[in-house]
Ligand binder design. Sequence first.
Ligand code: SF4
Length: 365
Amino acid sequence: MAETQKHWTLEEILEVYHTPLLELVFQAATVHRQHHNPREVQISTLVSVKTGGCPEDCGYCPQAARYHTGVENEPMMSVDSVRSAALQAQAIGASRLCMGAAWRSVKDDADFDHVIDLVKTVRELDMEVCCTLGMLNEHQAQRLANAGLYAYNHNLDTSEEYYDDIISTRSYDDRLKTLSNVRKANLTVCSGGIIGMGESVEDRCKMLLTLSQLNPIPESIPINALVAVEGTPMENIEPIPMWDIIRMVATTRIIMPQTTVRLSAGRTEMSQEGQALCFMAGAGSIFAGEKLLTTPNPDAYEDMDMFNALGLLPKRPFADGFVPEIVEEEIVAGEETKWSRPGHRIEANVQYAELGKEKRKAEKV
Ligand code: SF4
């Protein structure tokens, strides 16, 4: 579980980030070896249990209903489909199944009851279960905990300042409130961000500063590289250099030594040699399986070959000692967290929502 954290300043984090690259990788590798088994990499599989139709306007997301990306609003996956996805994930060495739903926030309705059944189903297979379902109240977090959930993912995405250029339908503070609700239910926290969305290095380091100031710090920090999807406001952004991803992984490792750094979205664009440097610099987890929610991911067998070539081993489930159990206990709905609807205007998001409307109209003709 989490450690007492050194208090980093933004200047210190920037200094780490700008360390000459090979020296940075060496320092990060040294820290990694002090706190983790460097041969072990945790494998997670991310399954979209409710795809598309999301009312939010996240500028990078193909699941936002307002953009025209070819991602359709689909019904929820059945218990049987999720069980077989979990068994397939286990077969490729995954110890954790993450289930995502394209929701703004969790509602106390039949769909959430179904998610609770999905969590229990996967937990009974002796896998770690993570959910990413949007904003979450405290009693909802507790219901998930009682169903045997291991972790809840809710990314900060970027710095508080740059966030206002990416999303207009919820605030940074909403994100932090969800993380706090997750903590109150004694769940582990998975929260990181996306790089390559046009943010500055300072924004990246400010996000790391915010994560490092959470008490306790998240047990898991995904570092995603933007996957620029056609039809989203970010469709024309060029991929960031691999060096930036390595720097970000290494800086995260040094700033927060005990957390698991997850090399997440964008791996299809990364060479195996580039990924090897990330593992060297402290990445302790990847997502395996053909898709990451709706975007492509490397073939699982290619990942196995890479593990063999690098001498890496899949980490077994619950290796960090936290073993959540299923508890049959009625949860009384508590106080609702008040979520904001900031609704400021982000030109690119508005423009792509309009384009989306026009394309849908044209398709109906
Ligand atoms: S990132 Fe999540 S909240 Fe944002 S639009 Fe996509 S599914 Fe919705």
